[in-house]
Design a protein around this ligand. Sequence first.
Ligand code: PEP
Ligand code: MN
Length: 264
Amino acid sequence: LGSRQFQPEDTVIELPHSKIGGNNFTMMAGPCSVESEEHVKRMAKVVKEGGATVLRGGAFKPRTSPYSFQGLGEDGLRFLREAADENDLDMITEVMDVPHVEMVAKYTDIFQIGARNMQNFSLLKAVGKTNVAVGLKRGMSATIDDLLNAAEYIASEGNHNIFLIERGIRTFDNKYTRNTFDLGAIPVLQKLTHYPIIADPSHAVGEWDLVQPMAAAAVAAGAQGEIVEIHDDPEHAFSDGPQALKPKNYLRMTKEVFALRDAL
Ligand code: PEP
Ligand code: MN
């Protein structure tokens, strides 16, 4: 269902404030985690100022350690929804478990399926039974075909509002970058599938000062949008502080990325 042979024309996902795919370029941004009502509302204003149309934030966090912050749960979803609505933004948030699908759907415009859940087939089928858009992240050890097959699990249940997110993969050298940003996957995926391809330079590189150059590179590679993490006090962020762009750097990044995109 996801192949170009099946559907030659690009999928375009229409949300209240954004179009994702085709010739559209969609900026998505926000904190890694929803930390508090005040914080996410402050960050949402910055997100909007940078020209993004989708607000991100995790309320259920897939942390590597069970002792790390796990998210605010349903309160976090409510804060994120309000922050998005107050700024005329769409919302993306991660759903981690099948029993949460219905509840998360009440709040969000887009389900994020995290890298660690890319092959959670029961979760993929569960979001496939809804009509909520799905942003599917590439697993850290997933091949391009693994990613396309994961998307197929969603589409085969009836939900075709899918976009794919390249967020970096593990390679033999991840000493200086959190993952290896597979830029080549972007044009390859666009040959193989009609789904929109979105770049996540934040998780790909893991260091804030590398985000802007890689966001720019993703535009050149043909990404149809980006999803980036921001924070106004990265040293005290509940998660992923080292890769968060401070507001002024986020605004500089979006300005450059939009200018590059216009120049293509
Ligand atoms: C996130 O978006 O904060 C996240 C956990 O991403 P990933 O699943 O790509 O690691
Ligand atoms: Mn994160």
